[in-house]
Design a protein around this ligand. Structure first.
Ligand code: F6P
Length: 342
């Protein structure tokens, strides 16, 4: 069999470790051949491939990014998109099956293609850790490590200047990175999209920290919005037309806190630093185990499935399971962190 691998959506530390594990086991145990599609679905739709063998994947477990490239291009885009055209392209390339490594959008597209007869299986990926069918995704642990180190560093400079430091981390829809890094770093408040919190509550937390003679440190997920967002935006001079679509919330909060408390405040947006560089050992191991399970799943011809971490075991689940609700931070996890706020 010749198997094609693609990485799609935002990149994530651990992608190369998945590719390495698939190719190493697929060649040494199963004697299969491999190609990589360049830049996610675009490479599949346009038939743009690179050869993959055990020499090409050597040493990749620790390398960040993806050697295949990635994009947000979808498999139904362009004149060559859609299952019929994709099957023709696969036939022309002699590719029998596809392993698609990606987040929710990728798994949704894989499901549609599998339903249309394409031999495809999924590997979950997102630093946000919001995919429902799997307990953890690789990349998340690395992002939390990076965010925690940022908190530790912000704390010393914040303490020196007696400033309120507001750190914005990734998390478009969910607050897992904010919750875990905030707990690990001992943040005085954690603000996440799942939990509405008023500016008055934030001010209360900040002032109680200040009253104990400490410098307040807040972690906010990029998808967090205040219940009084209009006030927040008007403080920044933004109206309905020039508001940021996403992110920048730390830069809105810091001046509001300064205005209301009189505490000098600074915002830091960590951004894509959370997605770059070497994966942690945990993420390398998780990515490797998912890659090994993915090639087993292909050889078992279990199309339309995804490999997933359930508890401590890697299992095979239906792609449709990955497409339910996003995995949000449950109330009790937020509450246990919130006991320590202020
Ligand atoms: O989905 C992962 C994620 O890191 C989000 O947290 C973030 O909003 C988004 O990707 C950023 O994507 P881009 O790389 O397109 O700016």
């Amino acid at each position: 069999m010749k198997i094609g691998i693609l990485t799609s959506g935002g990149d994530c530390p651990g992608l190369n470790a998945v590719i390495r594990a698939i190719v190493l086991k697929g060649t040494s145990v199963y004697s299969q051949q491999f190609v990589g599609f360049r830049d996610g679905w675009r490479g599949l739709v346009e038939g743009d491939v690179i050869p993959l063998d055990r020499h090409r994947v050597r040493g990749l477990a620790k390398q960040g990014g993806t050697i295949l490239g990635t994009s947000r291009f979808g498999p139904y885009e362009g004149p060559s998109g859609g299952p019929e055209n994709i099957q023709k392209t696969l036939d022309r390339l002699g590719v029998d099956a596809v392993i698609a490594i990606g987040g929710e959008g990728t798994q949704a597209a894989s499901k549609r293609l599998a339903d249309a007869g394409i031999k495809i299986i999924g590997v979950p990926k997102t630093i946000d850790n919001d995919l429902g069918a799997t307990d953890y995704t690789f990349g998340f642990d690395t992002a939390v490590e990076i965010a925690t180190e940022a908190i530790d560093r912000l704390r010393t400079t914040g303490d020196s200047h007696k400033r309120c430091m507001v750190l914005e981390v990734m998390g478009r829809h969910v607050g897992w990175i904010a919750l875990h890094s905030g707990m690990a770093g001992g943040a005085h408040a954690i603000l996440i999209p799942e939990q509405p919190v008023s500016i008055d509550q934030i001010v209360t937390w900040v002032e109680s920290v200040r009253d104990r003679g400490r410098a307040p440190l807040l972690v906010v997920a990029e998808g967090f919005t205040l219940d009084t967002m209009d006030e927040a935006y008007s403080t920044k001079g933004l109206d309905g037309f020039n508001r940021p679509r996403l992110g920048g919330i730390a830069e809105i909060l810091a001046p509001m806190i300064e205005q209301r408390t009189g505490i000098e405040s600074r915002a830091t947006v960590l951004g894509h630093i959370q997605r770059g560089g070497v994966p942690t050992a945990y993420d390398r191991v998780l990515a490797t185990r998912l890659g090994l399970a993915a090639i087993d799943t292909v050889l078992a011809e279990r199309w339309g499935n995804m490999v997933a971490l359930r508890g401590t075991e890697v299992q095979v689940v239906g792609l449709d399971e990955a497409l339910g609700e996003l995995k949000t931070v449950p109330q009790h996890r937020y509450d246990e962190a919130a006991i320590l706020f202020g």
